[in-house]
Write a protein that binds this ligand. Structure first.
Ligand SMILES: [Zn+2]
Ligand SMILES: [Zn+2]
Ligand SMILES: [Zn+2]
Length: 338
């Protein structure tokens, strides 16, 4: 890519210079006859000849590329490696790519002002001003090898826009070339959700936590501050994920504060433990937290029991511990062992 870029930049310069010389000639600043046959201004002749090198070189390359139905063009060569029984020439491959490219299901990510990454059902393509990289997803692995975070003193915890992730597209297609993608972290979720190839993450790549993940950590931390609720009844599976054991019980523990404006008062919940911590936290965030706005005081946020609809706050959430010898007689079930 670098070689191509340099060559084309030199060509651009030469073409510009040629146009400049032709312009000077047309405007009469240079005497063409004197230039070509005279010896008075030999410098001009030398410069004019030099200026022709670029366009002639470009022309030669274009003629070379155009041989055999443009099969020598760098893009055609990259497509031609995917020729098979169904796709006899690079034009057939290009036509397949075009059909998928026109699909509404394709994903298009602008990675900077001149480069974009396109993911279709079968292809991954990176297009820039002077280059096109393409790989078929069936013969390709995606290796995440670097995560760079650029911190800004004024950035907030919600701001993860300055994290970039580098992926190497490694193809096993004979003749195929690997290439590197550099994506903003905000685009990574969409990107990895769309690609169908295997994704390998190198051990040293650590992704920063998203606001939702941070929020989950904060809520869990808040709940661990509350007393544990002991029970001698065996805990059932979580009613939502049906996978983890229900380990959460709502126990009204916060001070009795009447409903204020849109903030309802907490009420006791008599439901047995029915949710695991992960499902409760997901429920709490989904029903009560707007992640697009700053969270002022987590403890004051209220949600409602998914079963009986009793309002609760995080102070009213307890982890449950099963103790077959725990005796609830004579003590409220909300009490805890010390
Ligand atoms: Zn669950
Ligand atoms: Zn309830
Ligand atoms: Zn409460």
């Amino acid at each position: 890519m670098f070689t191509n870029t340099v060559l084309i930049s030199i060509n651009d310069l030469m073409v510009f210079f040629s146009v400049y010389i032709i312009g000077l000639t047309l405007l009469g600043y240079i005497d063409t006859v004197q230039l070509l046959i005279g010896t008075e201004h030999s410098l001009w002749l030398t410069l004019s000849l030099c200026a022709l090198v670029g366009p002639l070189y470009t022309l030669a390359r274009i003629i070379n590329w155009s041989r055999n139905d443009w099969s020598q063009h760098p893009i055609a060569k990259k497509l031609a490696i995917y020729c098979d029984n169904d796709n006899k020439s690079w034009i057939d491959v290009a036509s397949n790519v075009n059909i998928e490219f026109q699909s509404l299901t394709k994903l298009q990510i602008a990675t900077n002002t001149v480069t974009k990454v396109v993911v279709t059902d079968n292809w991954i393509i990176q297009v820039s001003s002077y280059n096109l990289d393409i790989a078929n997803q069936t013969s390709t692995k995606l290796v995440c090898f670097k995560v760079n975070t650029y911190t800004n003193p004024s950035s907030t915890i919600e701001d993860i826009g300055s994290t970039y992730v580098k992926y190497r597209v490694c193809t096993t297609q004979p003749g195929g070339k690997n290439f590197t993608l550099r994506l903003n972290y905000n685009d990574v979720e969409n990107f990895t959700g769309k690609v169908t190839m295997e994704i390998v993450t190198m051990p040293k790549c650590e992704f920063p936590k998203r606001l939702r993940e941070l929020c989950i950590d904060w809520i869990k931390e808040e709940i661990t501050k509350n007393p544990i609720y002991f029970t001698n009844e065996e805990l059932e599976k979580c009613a939502v994920c049906i996978n983890a054991t229900s380990d959460i019980k709502l126990v009204k523990r916060c001070p009795d504060i009447p409903a204020v404006d849109n903030n309802p008062a907490c009420r006791p919940c008599n439901c047995p433990p029915r949710l695991c911590i992960d499902c409760l936290v997901k429920w709490f965030i989904t029903t009560s937290i707007d992640l697009t706005k700053p969270i002022e005081n987590l403890v004051q946020i209220k949600s409602s029991c998914p079963h009986c609809r009793s309002t609760f706050c995080l102070t009213d959430v307890s982890y449950v511990a099963y103790d077959p010898y725990y005796n609830t007689s004579g003590s409220s079930s909300t009490d805890n062992k010390s």
